[in-house]
Every structure is written in C-alpha cells, then in structure tokens.
Design a protein. Structure first.
Length: 250
C-alpha cells in the first residue's frame, strides 16, 4: 500500500475514531457508559439518529445545531474528528512498514484522547494511561522483538522517575506538584520510546509547557506559582514528537 493510499484510508478512519474519542472525552469524566449508551443531544436529551452521527458531515449539514431543539453543537466535536483524521494522514506518510504506520496511528489517537481529557479536566485516568503502556510494549514486540526489554525498562524508569520527582516536590514544597496520573503516563512514554527516549520526551514537554507559560504572560502579564497546568498534555506532545523523530541527539 502506497503512503498516499494509507494516508487517505487512515484519514477517513481517523474521522470515525475521532467521533468515538469525542464521545469518550465527554462520557468518561462523567462516569457514563462508553460502549453501550446511545449518543444524545446535550440540549434536549433525545437519542441521535444515524444520519446525525456522521463524522464532520452531520455537523456541517445541521449547521452546528440540533435538528430537534436547535441547541448549539460545540465545535469541539468536529475539531476532535479533524484532529484524529490529521493523525491518521500523518501516520500514513510517516512509516516504512504497515506495522509502523498502524503503531503511529494507534499512538496518536491514544495521545489525543489523553490530552483532551487532561486539558479539560486535569485528570489522567488509569483506564487510558495503562493501555498506553500496554500498546507500547505490544508495538515493540511486533516491530522489533529484541527491543522489548529496552521498552520494559523504559516503562519502569518512566514511572519510577516521575513518581520520585513528584514525591520530592511534595516533601519540599508541602503540596502536590504532579498529578497522580503523570507517572503512569510517563511509564507509557517509556513503553513506546524506550528508556533512551525519556529525556527527549521531558525536553519536548518542558518546551511546550514553557511556551504556554510565556504565552500566558504575554496575554495576562502574570502567572501564579500555584496555577494548575495540564502536564499530561505536554507529555503527550513530547511522546508524539519523540516517537516521530527519535531521541534527541541520536
């Protein structure tokens, strides 16, 4: 399969995956059923009909309004669908084998959901971070079985290292500096990029975080030392860039 064909196929699949991710990002923080429950309008609570669930198309045709109650439909849904489609296209052009292409798409879609939930809720649920580590180890076994030990070590070092940083911060500052899910997400990073990639993940994450803080300073002129930031989003970006470009300096 040529890269162009793979990009088109994964881009279209990404629209469907993105629709599912958008639903999960709403239901999971509310502790609602993810698999069985039917999609409903947030305004009138009516079950959506099949033609109202077509990714991107339905939002455009309905002009971002519910067909029954005329309630506004948030643009976050088509944006998530487009984001997932973009990840699919990117994956289609990024790999030299179908295994690499599939792994890149799976990683990107997982990181997208994790980043959305952490950005909106400051929460990294185990139901998302643990599977990230599992898929990373599976990908390592399928792509290069000889590298599995490196990725296992990466998962252990990732969790232990970030947990220790969080523990030391709390011991010194007497307050939490990291969320409880961050070490598990960093374990997922190690599972995907190996222990050699962990410094690069942190460097990318720090660069993104500092860029955000700088932007906030430009807009607000002040940032509180206790202000919460979604570090999971920064780590997700770091994992994605390290997976695509490899560890910095190698």
């Amino acid at each position: 399969m040529s890269p162009a064909v793979a990009a088109v196929v994964l881009g279209l699949l990404g629209l469907i995956i993105g629709s599912f991710l958008a639903a999960v990002s709403v239901r999971l923080p509310r502790d609602e059923d993810i698999v069985v429950a039917r999609s409903r309008c947030m305004g009138c609570d009516q079950t959506l009909r099949p033609w109202e669930l077509v990714p991107l198309f339905s939002w455009l045709v309905l002009r971002a309004r519910c067909a029954r109650c005329d309630a506004a439909i948030s643009p976050r849904y088509p944006l998530i669908e487009l984001g997932a489609a973009g990840i699919g296209v990117w994956a289609g052009f990024s790999g030299s084998s179908w295994l690499m292409v599939a792994a890149t798409a799976v990683l990107g879609w997982q990181l997208l959901l994790i980043a959305i939930i952490d950005a909106e809720n400051f929460w990294l649920p185990d139901v998302l971070t643990w599977p990230l580590a599992a898929t990373g180890l599976i990908a390592a076994a399928l792509i290069d079985r000889g590298s599995v030990l490196t990725h296992l070590i990466g998962a252990a070092v990732g969790f232990g290292g970030l947990w220790l940083v969080g523990w030391l911060y709390k011991a010194v500052r007497k307050r939490d500096g990291l969320g409880g899910g961050d070490p598990f997400l960093f374990a997922g990073a190690g599972a995907w990029v190996g222990w050699l990639g962990l410094p690069s993940v942190l460097l990318w994450a720090s660069a993104v975080g500092l860029s955000l803080v700088f932007g906030m300073l430009v807009v607000r002129r002040s940032v509180s030392a206790t202000q919460k930031l979604p570090f999971g989003v920064f780590l997700a970006v770091g994992i994605w860039l390290t997976w695509l470009s490899g560890p910095l300096g190698f």
